[in-house]
Design a binder for this molecule. Structure first.
Ligand SMILES: [Zn+2]
Length: 163
């Protein structure tokens, strides 16, 4: 298993996309749901498939993702969690609590600023040097990657999704 992280774009809400092939709404997980979804379209496609295809090219963002980054596999995520806990489990609690517990986990808007501040601190935190060099370097790499994603989330006011 592995973890990717995404932020959805709002081009549809902003009227920047061609109309979807069937009426849609965004559900509580920010996903597009066709309305209704229990019929075939005139071209014989199922609504979910047609909407998925529409998302591929509906705007400048592939699959309507503003950000889409592969982050780590399960063992990489475990070693990052371990590194943060070794260095400062209290100081890095805002990061630890937004690391994925499962795929499809969602980071809420209010969790973003404290996590971003902790990630920025981690980038130059000398306490990581007490770890094995590979562990320290990997932790800094993931902190940098997540810092970039969370900076976009803070700027746009969007939730962050683990896939
Ligand atoms: Zn877009």
């Amino acid at each position: 298993m592995s973890y990717s992280i995404v932020i959805h774009c709002r081009c549809w809400e902003a009227g920047l996309t061609p109309p979807p092939p069937t009426p849609v709404h965004r559900d509580d997980d920010d996903l597009f749901s066709p309305l209704p979804d229990d019929h075939f379209l005139e071209d014989g496609r199922r609504p979910f498939i047609a909407v998925d295809e529409w998302k591929e090219t509906a705007c400048a963002h592939k699959h309507m993702y503003l950000v889409h980054e592969w982050v780590a596999n399960t063992s990489g995520m475990s070693s990052y969690r371990w590194a943060l806990e070794q260095v400062d489990p209290v100081g890095y609690a805002p990061v630890l609590q937004v690391l994925p517990r499962f795929n499809d986990d969602i980071i809420e808007v209010e969790e973003v600023p404290p996590a971003l501040a902790a990630l920025r601190y981690a980038l130059t935190d000398p306490r990581f040097d007490a770890l094995d060099a590979d562990d320290a370097s990997y932790a800094r790499h993931l902190s940098k990657l997540l810092e970039g994603v969370f900076a976009v989330a803070e700027k746009t006011g969007e939730r962050v999704h683990w896939l």
